[in-house]
Design a protein around this ligand. Sequence first.
Ligand code: HEC
Ligand code: HEC
Length: 477
Amino acid sequence: MPQTVLTLSLFRQLIALAGSIAILIVPGSGQAQQVSTPVTIDSGISNTDHSGVISTLNAMGPTSTATNAFFQSLGTNGRTCFTCHQPQNGWTITPNDLTRRFNASLGQDPVFRPVDGATCPDADVSTQTARLAAYSLLLDKALIRVEETLPDTGLEFKFTKVTDQYNCTTNTKFGLTSPTSGDVSVYRRILPSTNLRFVSALMWDGRYPTLARQASDATLDHAQASGIPSDGLIQSIVNFESALTTAQQADNLAGTLNILGAQGGPGFLSQVAFQPGINDASGRDPTGRAFNRNVFSIYAAWDRAPLTNDPAELQRNAIGRGERLFNTRQFTINNVAGLTDNARGNQIQGTCSTCHDTPNVGNRSLPDFLDIGVAGPNPPGLDVSYLPVFQLTCTSGIQSGQQVSTTDPGRALVTGACADISRFKVPVLRGLAARAPYFHNGAADNLGQVVGFYDRRFRIGLNPQERADLQAFLQAL
Ligand code: HEC
Ligand code: HEC
């Protein structure tokens, strides 16, 4: 893990920028102290991450963790929401922190619970060695097992073959009871419990209508509560998580991200306007505006030829160029279910911002679910050999007779529709540097692999400089 050093000047800049807000800097974050819960979550929290400093603003003001239900154990296994959603990891958790927690607790920290931390609830966790195997996906990729019951009506496909090295979907107790009934286990990245104001679809597959319902089910499933928590407790969780805004605040090379005309960091983000459908490429913007492909505009001021050889300035220019590439580099987007189905030749011309359309946030502003190929058994340049493979055969609807292989049926587990197989939401692109690995299945270990995937999948033809620029931009979000 790269060690980040907070220079004194960077520290001073941060303090200056913090102004009246109390910002707590935790250098080398994620050491043993992360196993315990802080006494208060301040109005501002900053931690070092992979490429600089990640910051969260908490609009509730200093919040006592003793009294907010987000930090309370509401179930039977010792877990709280904070067990899996922590600020130094962009309000998710990452393999590095998990390894530290495993070592510090000999694999007993509440995150290591068989229910969904293990590859299957009946995995052997009796010894340290057994626990290393049982929690391998959590430790290596920070993946949580998500068990979904197939819908009893409207299912348009059957499972014709399941290759499951963890024997969970193939297990009669936790898995399928027939090719068309029972439960399916998929392994997914924890989504950030921050920037929720912009989120148009909850969970990777959009299965929850509201944050309240999400919090209630999280308590029953992850924390194994015996009953639904009270409305008051749910409200206090939703109030807290809804008050958070998170973004990268400083870059190790470029310095503070909101100087010299730039608007990085959570301060600007907390003021960004949003409504579902804002800036929609297919003409569904409720304000009637035409789609503006310049989705990100926070680093436009840095997109100019360098005037000196100062490494900080060179990095700022790279970030500015990366933003322009994200907005304007055109390529052919082909065979993306949910986006190109009705286009001639099943393809359109677009940019990164065609799908990531919410201004200065980067998720999709409408609850659309897309299949970009990450769930396939062989996504270009990504290794997903650690995942089970499901072979599905469509039994009704227009795709009847068609066979599809996938490592996660995605949205189709909610709707039962063949057309929804392997489709996922387009996530928020803020706070990325703090929360590798990426994609719903953690298949990209770093942002370089994300960019490499897109370059191959859509034959963009990025040169090494362009790849580096895009990466510099993404890690400054
Ligand atoms: C064991 C780890 C774990 C615990 C504990 C946990 N979560 Fe999560 N959380 C996840 C995972 C995994 C996902 C994504 C699952 C998916 O999309 O299928 C998620 C998704 C979410 C999302 C969706 C964000 C989005 O963009 O759609 C919210 C909000 C959230 N969790 C809040 C909570 C709250 C509130 C609690 C406590 C009641 C909680 N979580 C407890 C693992 C956890
Ligand atoms: C065709 C639509 C589409 C295009 C074009 C697109 N994306 Fe994505 N992006 C998605 C979807 C859908 C996901 C989630 C996929 C998944 O995890 O299954 C995603 C995920 C990501 C993630 C991972 C976020 C996370 O939290 O794990 C990053 C980073 C990203 N995209 C960057 C880019 C960049 C950079 C480009 C341009 C080179 C781009 N995207 C082009 C649809 C798109």
